[in-house]
Design a binder for this molecule. Structure first.
Ligand code: NAD
Length: 490
């Protein structure tokens, strides 16, 4: 594995079953966020390259055999992709840690197996999915077929590149569509391998294409405006979702958006703090807080506020910040210079808003070779005003804000006061309150006395500005298929 990490790799585009250079030989550089060392030169897909990828995907869709083969055969190939991913688990986890900066152990234990599961789960789900049939007395019979839509653009963010891309690719492929994938520009490594993994699994050329590049006036925009793209599944920032929607409007593309979040993690005075604190620490600092579902606003009932602050800060100080490739590391750096600057700008914003710094707020002391990494200590603020910017805006870093509240009603008002509605968390031992609060928080997923657990059949997505549509189980199937009704006279 040392070899995987040591070399500066050249990352090409994967189009129509083959690696190809950028048509204009345009490349961009990717750096290790833990050290600022160069790790890859990446070929940027030009308009011509995107066109080639979309045309290849169109041909693979129209001419088959992908769309026309039996569901059983198609799903077996998707399942084979999952097996190959598990065979390459360590390499993929090393690479995910290398460009994202996340701990190798998290990628190895959780994200790469979950990526494999995304594919095998949807292969199983689609293969066993029933159809509807409605007989009308003795005279007519109605039934429904779910047919693939066509060419899908799958555009993903840098925080969980492999896991989120496979979450889209699984249902896209199992239902018979073809794909043009674009990972985020700072984190191309693992997703760049999906084309060759698909090919090795026996998936025909042109079905899975991977292009690399930026968003506006670059690869992403070329994809979302391309006439051969029928549907766009996008995960990323709310502002990017708006741009994509505008760009896709002229060609009337179907969109599914998973966007930003600013979850309220509400801790009532009857909560079991021995469980709430470690899980809230994970919810705040997993992946250096670069998780859309992060519990970045912790609302704590005033009667237990001081105790919670002390215990939470003590646990935050215990987190081991360091080299992502070291198995003992709990928290790595932020993903890039640009993102580091954005996240650390909130330290000044917090100060100007009279937030109280409880712990963190500076670079941790690390060994020499990590001195240039984009590191920030786990940082905890207390803020009384829930409308302060650090309580409203998605910081997407290891900065969490603790906000006191007195009553359930007040907690709900604060929880629902942002533009986001992706998820929420409730800690209480009172069953009635758990259901009551869960029903009143306006968000797509509410965890009660837990976080980040989900059966893949349930709907996943956001209220308000956190998204459009739902992914998971039959919700993904509906997005990636056209439902056709056939009515037959008997
Ligand atoms: P981003 O929106 O900047 O970029 C996401 C992807 O979109 C990248 O591949 C980027 O190159 C591309 N892109 C940017 N502009 C584009 C354009 N005009 N046209 C087409 N493509 C374009 O997001 P990010 O910074 O990579 O990721 C962080 C964001 O993602 C956060 O807001 C986070 O909450 C969100 N996120 C949401 C979920 C979810 O499930 N709701 C999951 C993970 C991350």
């Amino acid at each position: 594995m040392a070899e995987v990490l040591a070399r500066v790799r050249e990352i090409k585009l994967f189009i129509d079953g083959h690696y190809r250079a950028s048509s204009e030989n345009k490349t961009f550089e990717v750096y290790n966020p833990a050290t600022q060392e160069l790790i890859a030169n990446v070929h940027e897909a030009t308009k011509e390259d995107v066109d080639r990828a979309c045309q290849a995907a169109r041909r693979a869709f129209e001419e088959g055999p992908w769309r026309t083969m039996t569901v059983k055969e198609r799903c077996a190939k998707v399942r084979r992709m999952a097996e190959i991913i598990m065979e390459r688990r360590e390499e993929l986890a090393r690479l995910e840690a290398l460009d994202v900066g996340k701990p190798f152990s998290v990628a190895y234990e959780f994200e790469i197996p979950r990526a494999a599961h995304n594919l095998s789960f949807f292969a199983d789900f689609i293969e066993h999915h029933p159809s509807e049939m409605y007989p009308m007395e003795e005279e007519f019979l109605n039934y429904t077929r779910y047919e693939p839509v066509g060419v899908a653009a799958l555009i993903t963010p840098w925080n969980l590149p492999f896991m989120l891309t496979t979450w889209k690719l699984g249902p896209c492929l199992a239902t018979g569509n073809t794909a043009v994938i674009k990972p985020a520009e700072p984190t191309p490594l693992t997703v760049s391998l999906l084309g060759e993994i698909a090919k090795e699994a026996g998936i025909p050329d042109g079905v899975v294409n991977v292009v690399q590049g930026f968003g506006p006036n670059s690869t992403g925009e070329f994809m979302t405006t391309h006439p051969e793209v029928d549907l766009i599944s996008f995960t990323g920032e709310t502002s990017t979702g708006k741009a994509i929607m505008k760009n896709g409007a002229d060609t009337l593309k179907r969109v599914s958006f998973e966007l930003g979040g600013k979850a309220a993690n509400i801790v009532f005075e009857d909560a079991d703090l021995d469980k709430a604190i470690p899980t809230s620490i994970r919810a705040a600092f997993l992946n250096s807080g670069q998780v859309c579902l992060a519990g970045s606003r912790i609302l704590v009932q005033r009667s237990i506020f001081d105790e919670f602050v002390d215990r939470f800060a003590a646990a935050a100080r215990q987190l081991k910040v360091g080299d992502p490739q070291d198995s003992n590391t709990n928290m790595g750096p932020l993903v890039s210079k640009e993102h580091y600057e954005k996240v650390t700008s909130y330290l000044q914003i917090a100060e100007s808003e009279h937030s109280t710094l409880i712990c963190g707020g500076k670079r941790p002391e690390l060994t020499e070779y990590l001195k240039d990494g984009y590191y920030l200590e786990p940082t905890v603020f207390v803020q009384e005003d829930p409308h302060a910017r650090i309580c409203q805006e998605e910081i997407f870093g290891p900065i969490v804000t603790l906000i006191p509240f007195d009553t359930e009603e007040e907690a709900l008002q604060i929880a629902n006061s942002t533009q986001y509605g992706l998820n929420g968390v409730v800690w209480t031992d009172n069953l009635q309150r758990a259901h009551r609060v869960a029903s009143k928080v306006r968000a797509g997923t509410i965890w009660v006395n837990c976080w980040f657990v989900r059966d893949l059949r349930v709907p996943f997505g956001g209220f308000k500005k956190s998204g459009i549509g739902r992914e998971g189980g039959h919700h993904s199937l509906e997005f990636f298929t056209e439902a056709k009704t056939i009515c037959l006279a008997l």
